[in-house]
Design a protein around this ligand. Structure first.
Ligand SMILES: Cc1cc2nc3c(=O)[nH]c(=O)nc-3n(C[C@H](O)[C@H](O)[C@H](O)COP(=O)(O)O)c2cc1C
Ligand SMILES: [Fe+2]
Ligand SMILES: [Fe+2]
Length: 383
């Protein structure tokens, strides 16, 4: 597949992996992207997960058509991209490895230390001439590992963006970009808003016409909209007005209260996502919490604490630096309700969380009084 005049796609699809990074469901699979820049000196851009080494080498063979890459640009050492470096390095012994100094120092953790003798470290803004193409290297530390860099092809105006701008799912442009790009961003990169902002500032100085990420489709249409999403996400601003109502319920009463809250909010014209934390995908719930400006948490008290999946959700939110949102709490307990206080203790560790003044306490079944309280809470969320 040709990406630009002299840029070829040589990556692979992985449709059989059960969990990406050992935890994220990828119903449409994931791709490990790799590219070739054809010039007097050929540059190979990144490798793929060890699950797909053979297929990748075949793609490379076909695209190279008897030629040999001169440079192997390595933007990130995480195993989904470094898993096949050794195979290519052995196949093309003259190829020089190019990476940041940090990557070079980490290389022996992932690959035989002997490879470092074939590697050269590049600095911020350093360039490499392939012939007609000049590659410019920009470091991107902590997007989302310390050794990351991105590469800008000045000739074709292509940004090879490492894991930034990636998406779960295949390269298929018919798959909508936004939902899975959002879930990918907040779960994979989300904690590192400031480093992403730094990268965006560097990108703003370039005339980028194509973005080649390490996962998912190549981006060339509507790049301003894509960059705007990254700007919003990395500054932890809500993407739109709306409410995520997330619940954890043992016997269904708290679930009923959450659904009632969702109904009331929808009747007021709010966009609402309703998530059952025991059944729905946690990574999707997390991305919805970041998408909207308000959050309702409803949980049963459980052994003096609260519904474990809700605790898990709060741990995830905290780990990904959840902040700047308005939150309403609903708790349930049959003898000593304790969920709201415990949930609040987690949320208080996050930045700029504004709590609704009212908290609804249900004691087993949702009473008529509780319904009135939920209506008051819904009103308070609207202000
Ligand atoms: C294993 C277990 C532990 C519970 N621990 C508590 C508790 O510590 N304090 C309390 O008030 N209720 C406790 N409950 C009662 C539930 O909190 C209560 O029945 C529930 O909130 C009702 O809402 P639900 O139908 O949404 O589950 C417990 C229930 C179970 C099954
Ligand atoms: Fe990564
Ligand atoms: Fe990756």
């Amino acid at each position: 597949m040709r990406i630009a005049d002299s840029v070829l796609y040589v990556g692979v699809e992985d449709l059989t992996i059960d969990l990406f990074e050992g935890q994220y469901a990828v119903p449409n699979g994931v791709t490990y992207n790799s590219y070739l820049i054809e010039d007097e000196k050929i540059a190979l851009m990144d490798s793929v997960d060890a699950r797909k080494t053979e297929e990748w080498l075949q793609n490379l063979d076909r695209a190279l058509n008897g030629k040999t890459p001169r440079f192997f640009i390595i933007s990130h050492l995480e195993p989904d991209h470094s898993g096949s470096i050794l195979a290519a390095a052995e196949k093309y012994p003259e190829m020089q490895l190019v990476m940041t100094a940090k990557a070079l120092s980490m290389l022996p953790q992932f690959l035989p230390a002997s490879l470092t003798a074939r590697a050269v470290a590049v600095k911020e803004n350093e360039t490499l001439c392939l012939g007609a193409h000049t590659l410019r290297f920009l470091t991107a530390p902590m997007v989302h590992w310390p050794e990351v860099m991105v590469t800008y092809d000045e000739e074709d105006h292509v940004l090879f963006s490492a894991d930034a701008f990636g998406r779960f799912g295949t390269m298929n442009p018919d798959e909508e970009w936004l939902p899975e790009a959002r879930r990918y961003y907040f779960n994979i990169v989300g904690k590192y808003g400031n480093p992403v902002q730094t990268l965006l500032r560097k990108a703003a100085g370039l005339d980028i016409r194509v973005i080649c990420p390490l996962h998912g489709p190549v981006l060339r249409d509507d790049l301003p909209a894509v960059l705007e999403k990254y700007q919003i996400w990395s500054s932890y601003q809500p993407e739109s007005k709306g409410v995520l109502v997330a619940f954890g319920s043992l016997h269904g009463n708290t679930a009923g209260a959450a659904k009632y809250m969702a109904e009331l909010l929808r009747a007021k014209g709010e966009k609402v996502a309703l998530v059952d934390l025991a059944r729905d995908d946690m990574s999707l719930a997390l991305s919805m919490a970041f998408r909207y400006d308000r959050l309702v948490l409803a949980a049963s008290t459980y052994d003096g604490g609260f519904f474990p999946k809700m605790e898990d959700f709060l741990l995830h939110l905290k780990a990904k630096a959840f902040q700047k949102r308005k939150v309403a709490l609903i708790e349930n307990g049959s003898w000593a309700p304790a969920a709201a206080k415990a949930m609040k203790a987690y949320l208080e560790q996050m930045k700029d969380i504004v709590f609704c003044e009212n908290t609804v306490t249900i004691k087993s079944r949702v009473s008529e009084e509780n319904k009135k309280q939920i209506a008051v809470l819904a009103d308070e969320l609207m202000n």
